[in-house]
Design a binder for this molecule. Sequence first.
Ligand SMILES: CC(C)(COP(=O)(O)OP(=O)(O)OC[C@H]1O[C@@H](n2cnc3c(N)ncnc32)[C@H](O)[C@@H]1OP(=O)(O)O)[C@@H](O)C(=O)NCCC(=O)NCCS
Length: 208
Amino acid sequence: MTDEFPSKPQDLPQPAAPQSVPHPILRAGRLVLRPLESADAPRVQEICRDRGIAATTRNVPHPYPEGAALLWIESHPELWSSGKAAVFGICLDEDQGASLVGAIGLEINPLDHHAEIGYWLSRECWGQGICTEAVEVIVRFGFEQLGLQRIHAICMASNPASGRVLEKNGLIKEGRLRNHIRKWGVFHDVDVYGILRRDSDLVAHRDG
Ligand SMILES: CC(C)(COP(=O)(O)OP(=O)(O)OC[C@H]1O[C@@H](n2cnc3c(N)ncnc32)[C@H](O)[C@@H]1OP(=O)(O)O)[C@@H](O)C(=O)NCCC(=O)NCCS
């Protein structure tokens, strides 16, 4: 009889959760990805009150309630230390200093060694390749630092810019879930994109 459910776990690197190390700062090119701080709350509030951000994200409400940014930021240290999520502010490293333009994060499932990626960017920064670069940094971080086996994203089928960002980073469109989410009373199809650690090695070799 064949063993359908092998009892021996595969020889996989363990994800680094719960996190016993400080939340890192990641730098790549013009980007600095760093933990958000209480002082960032007014800027986050300003960015997230844009209906165009709420319209294509699951967790950004509209209207964006006063104080919501601070509450969200204050939840991050516990999420990091418990290994449930890693959230970074996306900053542009300019001459005047690093300005906060968005956020990106991984919601981690330590049991299955996978994480869901999510992001948003201030509208005036759209179309400059910033999110594409931020996703590249976070995918590498997820595989190399967190030891993940899989990273996926779920984006509304009506959000081609997000799908393009993912595809440019080697995430493959794995399928469409019809009427999967209900946003503002309307059901929407969503596309699932995913990348495996072994795919990411191929991407690294191809690019290198
Ligand atoms: C999605 C979002 C993060 C993209 O960020 P960005 O920095 O503008 O993305 P980039 O500039 O790195 O890349 C965008 C790509 O999408 C393409 N694109 C933009 N609008 C498009 C459209 N309507 N149809 C097809 N492609 C489109 C761009 O041409 C670009 O691809 P290219 O480099 O091959 O030309 C940003 O629009 C955003 O914050 N949206 C609101 C929040 C959101 O939707 N978050 C994602 C939830 S899953």
